[in-house]
Design a protein around this ligand. Structure first.
Ligand SMILES: [Zn+2]
Ligand SMILES: [Zn+2]
Length: 575
């Protein structure tokens, strides 16, 4: 049986609108999935809306909605944004689903049966006014290290020092402002330390993690694994734990289980297990995540799967964070562009897809988003280099040769040009395979340069004027074939422009297998092309200026992740 590839993006939190920073990950995932589909691989793209946790419960209440309605509202809006950015997932499910409840209970049961769950008392901050335990995010106070006021309970934004929420001076509840009290309650812990040896071998396997990521995970292993509190007290929006009334699964327990639940929602229980999640399944599981949630995906999650007798992920692809003007996205600081604002300004979603692909390597480096570079890349690479070549090659065929291709040129210079196209194609293919889209786009733009140069040197418009119409058509026909190659390689990143170009080129289906030395030209003599149109539009200053926030003045090192409350790569007991 051929390999069945299951690809996921991390589950976006159903707590607000999607911004451009969030889109990096699903664009990266989608480009890779589309590339695999293009090469005929058996792949599914599965994810869901992450719907549980204390922030949802609190924010729903603030919005005057039930948590169910609140998460359904944000899931719908986010899904629309993803679709409008051409994210071609097979399912965008929800973690608040019967499948996810079933799997969360089932995996918990297996962890318990294996002796990996322990009950211990835990002392936490409790607000008597609000009648709730306060996660680190809901406690504020004075930083014990530098004395800065109004700092959260886990890390200081001013001096970046991490601490326990009990270390805060003059703590207060961030919901009502009153001082909290200490209160003890029993909690369930997953004994992560049982899996130390398994995890050491897991992260060491070649190809599983990029070297930089592997090193940081190994440092965590060396520092020692703390057991993980997987329960939360009510009020909480989540699944109540069987046999433990008033206790709920921590959102980070059921969120990754959402990958399995979503597979089941897509394919049914039997196939989800047999084809993908069983240890013997003929599958390859690849997670795309941001560097802020590596701990959950490279340690907790494989340990849970291993303990449950399920398949562990084969690859965890980690990306860095998008920065806007050198800093993280921040709603409170007015440094944010939402997906919807971008679309409403009339900007082509493919421009952002191109920008991200052109900047995404395999390592988790942060990715600065600036309007100058966005504009330069779109206007110089997509419009001037690739788009113009396509127009310059195809328009004369449409205008002077009735839109019908001839036999491509076959003199030494033409053969050399085509050989270069084949050579660059293999660089592009390698880039896609390695999830190194920066390498793939660089080689593609290089192909555009070579193609423009060939066209310029041969000047078929000149040849035709000088009476060599046949020679002109041969050169243009070779260029039409190169346009087909360019379309093939751009289509995972720019599915809409790719489809447009494919249709223009006689509807001859893009297929990388046909781009190889010794293969016949994909577009044979007699192929009818047209009508020719632009494949990419230039980006205008007014469009970007309308939505882009002004550049921030003072740098701020430790901006919090406002969506989730995980400021640090290593999780604490919040949410
Ligand atoms: Zn401080
Ligand atoms: Zn309170």
């Amino acid at each position: 049986m051929s390999e069945k590839i299951l690809v996921t993006s991390a589950l976006p939190y159903a707590n607000g609108p999607i911004h451009l920073g969030h889109l990096l990950e699903c664009i990266q995932t989608d480009v890779w999935v589309r590339y695999l589909e293009l090469t005929g691989r058996d792949v599914i793209y599965v994810w869901a809306s992450d719907t549980h946790g204390a922030p949802i419960e609190v924010n729903a209440r603030k919005a005057g909605m039930s948590p169910e309605d609140f998460v359904a509202h944000w899931r719908e809006r986010q899904k629309q944004d993803f679709e409008d950015f051409l994210i071609g997932f097979d399912i965008f499910h929800t973690t608040h689903s019967p499948e996810n409840r079933k799997w969360s209970e089932e995996i918990f049961r297996r962890l318990q049966e294996g002796g990996h769950i322990e009950t211990r008392p835990l002392e936490q901050w409790y607000c008597e006014v609000d009648g709730r335990f306060l996660p680190d995010r809901f406690v504020k106070g004075i930083c014990p290290n530098c004395g800065a006021r109004d700092q959260y309970g886990d890390v200081c934004e001013a001096c970046n020092k991490a601490y326990a929420s009990t270390d805060l001076e003059k703590p207060y509840c961030s919901l009502c402002g009153n001082p909290p009290v200490r209160r003890t309650s029993d909690h369930l812990f997953f004994k992560l330390s049982d899996f130390r040896d398994f995890l050491a071998a897991y992260v060491d396997k070649e190809g599983r993690l990029a070297p930089a990521v592997r090193n940081s995970v190994k440092a965590w292993l060396d520092a020692g694994l703390l057991d993980w509190c997987i329960s939360r007290d009510g009020p909480y929006f989540g699944f109540e734990i069987p046999g433990h009334p008033g206790k709920y699964f921590y959102v980070w327990l059921d969120a990754p289980i959402g990958y399995i639940a979503s597979t089941e929602a897509l394919l049914g229980a039997e196939r989800a297990v047999a084809d993908y999640w069983d240890r013997q399944a003929p599958s390859r599981i690849v997670h795309f995540i941001g560097k802020d949630i590596v701990y959950f995906h490279a340690l907790f999650w494989p340990a849970m799967l291993e303990a449950s007798g399920l398949r562990v992920p084969d690859r965890i692809q980690v990306h860095g964070m998008v920065t806007l003007g050198g800093e993280k996205f921040s709603k409170s600081r007015g440094r944010m562009v939402t997906a919807r604002e971008y679309l409403d300004a009339g900007i082509d979603p493919e421009s952002l897809r191109w920008y991200y692909a052109a900047n995404l390597g395999p390592e988790p480096h942060d990715l600065p988003l600036t309007k100058e570079e966005l504009k330069n890349r779109v206007n110089a690479e997509l419009v001037k280099t690739l788009g113009n070549f396509v127009s310059r090659a195809l328009r004369p065929i449409e205008k002077d040769f009735d839109g019908t291709l001839g036999t491509p040129s076959d003199d030494p210079a033409a053969r050399e040009f085509w050989a270069k196209v084949i050579e660059l194609s293999s660089e592009i293919r390698n880039g896609y395979e390695a999830i190194d889209f920066r390498a793939a786009t660089q080689a593609l733009v290089q192909m555009g340069f070579e193609a423009n140069r060939f066209l310029q040197e041969r000047a078929p418009w000149q040849r035709r004027k000088e009476g060599d119409a046949e020679g002109a058509l041969q050169d243009l026909s070779l260029c039409a074939n190169v346009a087909w190659v360019i379309g093939t390689w751009m289509s995972p990143i720019l599915p809409r422009a790719g489809a447009k170009l494919e249709a223009m080129l006689g509807g001859v289906r893009f297929d990388p297998a046909r781009i190889a030395a010794g293969e016949p030209f994909p577009l044979a003599a007699g192929t009818r092309i047209g009508p020719v149109a632009h494949i990419a539009a230039p980006l205008q200053d007014e469009q970007i200026d309308a939505i882009w926030p002004s550049e921030p003045s003072a740098p701020h090192a430790a901006e919090r992740d406002e969506q989730r409350g995980v400021a640090d790569a290593r999780p604490r007991g919040e949410g």
